[in-house]
Structures are given as C-alpha cells and as structure tokens.
Write a protein that binds this ligand. Structure first.
Ligand SMILES: Nc1nc2c(ncn2[C@@H]2O[C@H](COP(=O)(O)OP(=O)(O)OP(=O)(O)O)[C@@H](O)[C@H]2O)c(=O)[nH]1
Ligand SMILES: [K+]
Ligand SMILES: [Mg+2]
Length: 399
C-alpha cells in the first residue's frame, strides 16, 4: 500500500471513530501515525523534485510569499506592489513558476514572491503544490490571497493544506518542553491542570514514535496535536495576512465584514483600493526594526538603515554588529543608543540590549591603548547614578 492510501485509510478510520473518553487514546495514536506518514511524504523524492525557477535567491530584509487559489489576483498584486510585472490573465494557472519582485517601503527592501495557484490536494503533490509549499516554508510572512466574492471555505481549505505539511499560521510553538534521553524512562509533568492530555495518552503517542526515554513538560493546557508537533520538530510557525482581493465586485456590507476578521484586509488590485493599507499591515506584521548607525561627530545616516528582524537573527546590538561585519563583535566595546529602546539620550548599552524600530546606534570599538586609559580614569572617579548621568551628558555632547 502506498503512503497516500495509508493516509486515506487512517483519515477514514479517524472520521468514523466517535470522540469520547474511551477512544481518546486510540485517536491520539492514529494522529501520531498520520503525522509520521505525512512527514515521510514531504521528504524530497529521489531524482530531484525541485521545479525550474522555484529556487529564487533570498534578497532584501524579508521574504513575503503570495499563496492562493488560481486567478485570485496574485500576479496582479505583485505587479501593483513591485516594479516587476508578472503575467496576469483571466484563465487559471497563468503563473507557472516563482516570480520575484521587491517592495520598497520605509527604506526597507522586502522580497515579494508570486507563485502558481494551488488547489485542494496541493500538499499531496497536485499541480505545483509541493514546490509552492517549499517556497512558502522559506517565507517570513505569507499573504494568502482570496477572492472576496468567492466562498469563504477557500481560506479553510488552504489553511488545511498548509497544516498538513507542518505550516502553522499565526500561532506560537506549543508551550511544551520535550527532551529525549538515553535512559531513565519517560517523565511526564505539567505546570497546571491539563484538560486535553494525560500521562497515558502521552505514553501512547511517544510509544508510536518508539520513544521510551524522555522528559516531557506541559507548560500550558496543550493538545495531543501540539505534542505531536513538538515531537516531529519540523514545524514552521509563519505569520499570515489574509488578503481579500476583488472587493470592487462586493457590497459595502461584505467589505465591512471582511475588514473585521482577524489578520484580514480587503483590497482591490484592479481599482487600486486599500493597497496602502495592505502595505501598512504587511509592515506591522513583519515587525522589522530599522537601525540608523552613526559615526562620532557625524549625523546618522537616515537614508540607509540596517534592518533587523526577530524572525531572522534577532534585534539585539549583537545582532546589529553581526549584520554590519563579522569582526565587529570581537572589536566591540560599548554602544550609545538613542531612541525608544533607550532610557537616556543616549544610553550606554552592552551587546545584549534589544533595539527598537528607528533607534540610532553608535558603536564604540575597543582601542587597546585608550581603553587602558579610560579604565584608569573611571576607577579614580566615584560612579554613583549622578556620575553616570553626567558622563552620559558629556558623551552626548562629544558625539
Ligand atoms: N474584478 C477584479 N478583477 C481582478 C482584480 N485583480 C485581478 N483581477 C483579475 O483576475 C484575473 C486573474 O488575475 P491574476 O493576477 O492572473 O491571478 P493569479 O492569482 O495570479 O492567477 P494564477 O497565476 O492563474 O494562479 C485577471 O483577469 C485579473 O484582471 C480585482 O481587484 N478586481
Ligand atoms: K490567472
Ligand atoms: Mg498568477
């Protein structure tokens, strides 16, 4: 029996099994079986599965992918938001590969990827589903483009397709700590009451994975699916903005209802309605942090920020140093920070300091000889809070 048939069989068995206390353990085991099969299905087949034109190099400060059913207006949107034009037409599957463009917004460069339409069954390889999903996994944000005039079930179908390949939208990883061990059996603990999990169910699921030694700690009231996600360990947690296109053919009431849905935005590409609103939401969801660097005695370079991101490498001063140059971390002495993340103007910060959007940073490198002098001077003076403030004031005047 092929993997697809096995999956179908388990899904059928789950569908006909009544959900109650007695079947709970059996269902948990079936879920684990299903997750294992789906993981096998995702492993790249021999002979190279990768489609031509799908391996687009990462560019800019973040990557956003357009995903949706055929002819919802993905290519029209790419053409509107970037300088690149991607062919758009009234027939389905106009786009056949991955077409990259660049959004220039708030002095940042964001890569936008147009993709072929996907349909139900994409996760199992229908159409170009597999390649499209592989690109989605590499994105920092997904724009799920939906036709506002079509059934709302489409959003559910696509979410289901993404779920089945391990993509989790708009939620954090489950609060479960899971560590495999060599010996000692399984220890199961929780930090609060559990309503969807107990020791026996946990053991059944671990048994399915042939795991006999592990520490499992539930920090929240998580489910069997959550535990399976943590054991599988290959899940991708991605932010998703639901973009309802073609509102030009909808009533005001329909548009109003869409605008109230969480993480959703109504637009019209052909009438250019609310595209600014879309960019604004996209920017907020990406949570990029622009940092302006400043040299001693010069004004900050406000035209060319270094862009940091929590999803990509982090937003501390150390992450900033790494992004500027590899050697900077070793040469770093301290930095002066002006902006919303600093308590004083400027604040003297160490490498662990977390930066915020539009902060100005001046990095002071170690200088062997002057560092020695400096140390001597600080030693000789008392360093109460008043002294520190005074020193900062002086530094501000000098810088
Ligand atoms: N009414 C209306 N039509 C639109 C809008 N945006 C795009 N279209 C039309 O929808 C059709 C499909 O647009 P595409 O951009 O090719 O859609 P796609 O999602 O890229 O399609 P595939 O590449 O085939 O998956 C075209 O005929 C567009 O002119 C819109 O805002 N309103
Ligand atoms: K089309
Ligand atoms: Mg297209």
């Amino acid at each position: 029996m092929g993997i697809l048939e096995k999956i179908k069989e388990i899904e059928a068995e789950m569908a006909r099994t009544q959900k109650n206390k007695a079947t709970e353990y059996h269902l948990g085991q079936l879920k684990a079986k299903l997750a294992k099969l789906r993981t096998t299905l995702q492993e790249p087949a021999k002979g190279g599965e990768k489609g031509e034109g799908f391996d687009v190099q990462k560019f800019g400060d973040g990557r956003v992918a357009l995903i949706g059913f055929p002819s919802v207006g993905k290519s029209t949107l790419l053409t509107q938001l970037t300088g690149t034009s991607s062919e758009a037409a009234a027939y389905e599957f106009t786009t056949l590969t991955c077409i990259p463009g660049v959004i220039h917004y708030n002095d940042a460069k964001i890569q936008l990827l147009d993709l072929p339409g996907i349909i139900e069954g994409a996760a199992q390889g229908k159409g170009r589903g597999r390649q499209v999903i592989a690109v989605c996994k590499s994105a920092d944000l997904l724009l799920m483009v939906l036709d506002a005039s079509k059934p709302h079930a489409h959003r559910q179908i696509l979410t289901q397709e993404l779920e089945s390949v391990g993509i989790r939208l708009n939620r954090p990883p489950p609060a479960i700590s899971f560590k495999k061990k060599k010996t000692g059996g399984v220890s199961f603990n929780s930090m609060g009451p559990l309503t969807k999990m107990d020791e026996k169910l946990c053991f059944r699921i671990l048994h399915e994975y042939k795991i006999h030694n592990a520490d499992v700690l539930f920090k929240e009231d998580c489910t069997a699916d959550d535990l399976i996600d943590v054991i599988e360990g290959n899940r991708r947690y991605i932010k998703c903005l639901y973009v309802y296109n073609k509102i030009d053919v909808c009533s005001i009431e329909e548009v109003d209802a869409i605008a109230r849905l969480p993480n959703s935005i109504p637009i019209s590409c052909s009438q250019q309605l609310n595209l600014d609103g879309l960019l604004c939401r996209l920017w907020d969801m990406m949570a990029l942090v622009r940092v302006y660097t400043k040299r001693v005695g010069q004004r900050p370079d406000f035209a060319d920020p270094v862009v940091l991101s929590q999803d990509r490498g982090g937003t501390t001063v150390e992450d900033l140093c790494k992004q500027i140059h590899k050697s900077l971390v070793a040469e770093y002495s301290y930095s002066l920070v002006w902006g919303t993340s600093s308590k004083h103007y400027p604040q003297r910060c160490g490498m662990a300091h977390t930066l915020e959007d539009e902060d100005v940073v001046q990095i002071i490198k170690k200088k062997v000889s002057t560092a020695e002098e400096g140390r001597g001077r600080f030693k000789s003076t008392a360093s109460g809070p008043a002294r520190i403030a005074d020193r900062e004031k002086k530094a501000a005047l000098k810088t």
